[in-house]
Design a protein around this ligand. Structure first.
Ligand SMILES: O=C(O)CCC(=O)C(=O)O
Ligand SMILES: [Fe+2]
Length: 364
């Protein structure tokens, strides 16, 4: 029997009501709520535990300053990239070639967009990530089976292979996005070269498999949270990308799962975090591992971050991917079946960030 109470507490209805405000989590904070609504609550035991036994454990930091200096310097960097991609699935890069000013401007641009008059933001509000280049929304997986709604708002923009026209981007962040994405494409190129070399292959290998073809910029705004112990900024997940270049501001809260412990990725001015995504784990047949990560909610904020995904797309990629033939042998047979990125991404969206691995579904 459906009682009035069960309708009132029907989580789907609650999510829909939240969605229909089109003002995201920031709208709740602007309305001065003091309690986190129930749809945002995570299961009680999911925030505690899995703390690292060594609390100063850190992801590897790699300095790219001498990458083009000479063969020995490059080989030393490739060795570090190899170690990080195999053992951590994540590393932090300094002297990556993206000017500090460009990093500051993109963070400012993201913040300006999210702090714009809500009526202007609403013009961009949409869940159609397939047909639109630029969309603003809160929680891409709001209507999926994800266990709880995250304390975060987002806008996303496809940059490559078909760049948006200037008119498609809001003025608040237009110039900053074009400028930052230009640098991202060259950093992405370098990263795929180094990763190819780390696999013992020619520098161009991963690029020739179109790993650099699609760039999706995902720009997050995590408003301050009145009860940070009840919810998460982003639930545990690994990225549906080959590689993600992550820029975070100085608030903190990002954690990666390493050897079954949560390790803080503390803000490091000027650094960019590189995360191996599920597709790279798949095509390297588990040689490189995608990293699980999450973001805690915080009383302080807003926290701004920009996650740039190479490649993630539901529409551009019909290429079939499977473990790379170059890496397979009798002792190392394929661990995954062939897939298209479209197939992978659609399933990832349907499932939402429910804490489980989507990659496992494709294991042979
Ligand atoms: O905000 C962050 O630091 C992480 C964002 C993230 O993991 C994602 O967009 O996939
Ligand atoms: Fe992520």
């Amino acid at each position: 029997m459906v009682t009035e109470t069960s309708i009132e507490f029907n989580p789907f209805m609650d999510r829909k009501a939240f969605d229909e405000t089109k003002e995201g989590v920031k709208g709740l904070v602007d309305a001065k709520i003091t309690q986190v609504p129930r749809i945002f609550h995570v299961p009680q035991d999911s925030l505690t535990g899995k703390k690292p036994s060594v609390s100063d454990l850190k992801i590897p930091t790699i300095d790219f300053a001498s990458v083009d200096l000479d063969t020995a310097s490059r080989e030393a960097i490739v060795e570090k990239v190899k170690y990080a991609a195999e053992k951590w699935g994540s590393f932090q890069v300094i002297n990556h070639g993206v000017p500090l000013k460009v990093l500051e401007e993109i963070k400012d641009g993201v913040r300006r967009f999210h702090e714009e008059d809500p009526e202007v933001m609403k013009q961009y509000f949409s869940r159609d990530l397939v047909n639109k280049n630029f969309v603003y929304y809160s929680n891409f997986d709001l209507y999926s089976s994800s266990t709880s709604v995250n304390w975060r708002d987002t806008f996303t923009c496809y940059i490559a292979p078909d760049p948006p026209t200037p008119e498609e981007l809001p003025v608040t962040c237009r110039d900053a996005m074009f400028e930052y994405s230009k640098h991202l494409m060259s950093l992405g190129g370098l990263l795929f070269e180094l990763l190819s070399e780390a696999l013992g292959l020619k520098p161009e290998t991963l690029k020739s498999k179109e790993c650099l073809k699609t760039l999706l910029m995902i720009c997050h705004y995590y408003p301050p949270c009145p009860q940070p112990d009840l919810t998460l900024g982003i639930s545990k997940h690994s990225d549906d990308s080959f590689l993600t270049v992550l820029l975070q501001d100085n608030i903190g809260g990002l954690q990666i799962l390493h050897q079954d412990s949560w390790v803080d990725v503390s803000p490091f001015p000027g650094a960019l975090i590189i995360n191996i995504g599920d597709f790279l784990q798949l095509i390297t047949n588990d040689k490189f591992v995608s990293v699980e990560h999450r973001v805690l909610a915080n009383r302080q904020g807003p926290r701004i971050s920009v996650a740039s995904f190479f490649s993630s797309s539901k529409h551009h990629h019909s290429t079939v991917y499977g473990p790379m033939k170059e890496l397979l042998s009798e002792e190392n047979p394929p661990k995954y079946r062939d897939i298209t990125i479209k197939e992978y991404t659609e399933g990832y969206f349907e499932k939402g960030l429910d804490g489980t691995s989507h990659l496992l579904n494709f294991r042979i």
